[in-house]
Design a protein. Structure first.
Length: 347
């Protein structure tokens, strides 16, 4: 797996550590809906979409390249030669972007303003999946699935600063903008807290009863993490102590989580064809405030903090082949049907 954007903005806005702030007013169940479908087309799979809210661009990994689209779906450019690309991290303060290339065990670095490819560097573990830029330390983390480790790069020189063992298969990650990075470990059902300045894992927290945790999002101001699992649960975790604050029911096939600090909403994108909306209240509860119909396969997402819209990649699907060895087969994607759904507030 991922989308991981820079934590620089969170660092700028959050300032020094503080107590959780009151939540924003919750969106009513009827205030969010599927607004639009962007017909993108083209061949190849996908994973996590990233958004540059300031310039209004979407970065869409497509197997061997990254498409750069306007928020209306117009093709603006492309980052080529990214075999098995999973995610994109954006560093606006450095005018750079970074991609995790799972098949070539590498990271591609490009100029954010012009999309010019600057360099490709090797990771220290196989199958880099999630990727994250931490603005507080100006470091890039690739979380290497088969390598079961993380490579830490200097974001400017691209020198490898450390290789951190994860103790399992790392999935999605998040950071607080103050020098702490968090990552889900799928096969151990754990959440790891990393000291990005000391370059060490400082805590390992169980996420059970969550199973196979995938997506992860963070409320940096409130110091809360939102981890989603494949057993239709979201875990809300205190980022300072690892305490499980709540278990929230979500839909099936979830692979992504997101948090919008402007609305206080957390989101879970469910491959079954729904988007779960969660909003914490001042009593420490995290009720589901809406379940928005999307489309089958829309299991990853990114939220645009500027317009408060959620972007979910998916496609149209043919009938699934006959199951083999008792295991269900995946339905094929119909050629040219790749699309991005936009869920947002009703104007």
């Amino acid at each position: 797996m991922p989308i991981l954007l820079s934590c620089l903005l969170a660092f700028t806005l959050a300032g020094p550590p503080q107590a959780p702030v009151p939540t924003q007013p919750a969106a009513s169940p009827t205030s969010l809906r599927l607004l639009k479908t962007l017909p993108v087309g083209g061949e190849g799979g996908w994973d996590y979409v990233a958004v540059d809210a300031e310039t209004g661009r979407l970065f869409v990994p497509r197997s061997t390249r990254v498409l750069v689209l306007s928020l209306e779906g117009k093709l603006l450019g492309e980052i080529p030669n990214t075999p098995g690309v999973h995610g994109v991290a954006l560093a606006r303060d450095l005018d750079r972007g970074y991609t995790s290339n799972g098949r070539s065990n590498s990271m591609t670095v490009f100029k954010l303003s012009t999309l010019e490819v600057l360099r490709e560097v090797k990771t220290t573990g196989e199958n880099p999946d999630a990727i994250l830029y931490d603005g507080a330390t100006r470091q890039v983390f690739t979380f290497n699935g088969r390598g079961k480790n993380a490579t830490v790069f200097d974001a400017i020189t691209l020198a490898v600063k450390a290789t951190l063992p994860m103790g399992g298969k790392p999935e999605f990650s998040a950071c607080d903008g103050r020098g702490r990075v968090f990552v889900n470990v799928e096969d151990t059902a754990e959440l790891l807290a990393i000291d990005a300045k000391a370059l060490k894992v400082e805590a390992r927290w169980s996420l059970k009863p969550l199973e196979d945790p995938t997506g992860l999002a963070m409320d940096a101001a409130g110091q809360r993490l939102f981890a989603v699992g494949r057993n239709k649960l979201m875990a809300v975790v205190d980022a300072r102590t690892g305490k499980l604050l709540a278990q929230v029911p979500i839909g099936a096939g979830c692979d992504g989580a997101a948090f919008d600090p402007g609305t206080g909403n957390a989101y879970a994108s469910n491959g079954e064809g729904s988007l779960t909306v969660i909003h914490g209240d001042d009593q420490g509860r995290f009720p589901v405030t809406a379940t928005v119909p999307t489309r089958k396969g829309a299991k990853t997402l990114v939220v645009n903090e500027k317009n408060h819209c959620v972007y979910l990649p998916t496609a149209e699907w043919g009938p699934a082949p006959e199951a083999k060895d008792g295991k269900p087969s995946r339905p094929p994607m119909l050629p040219g049907s790749f699309q991005i759904l936009i869920v947002g507030p009703i104007q």
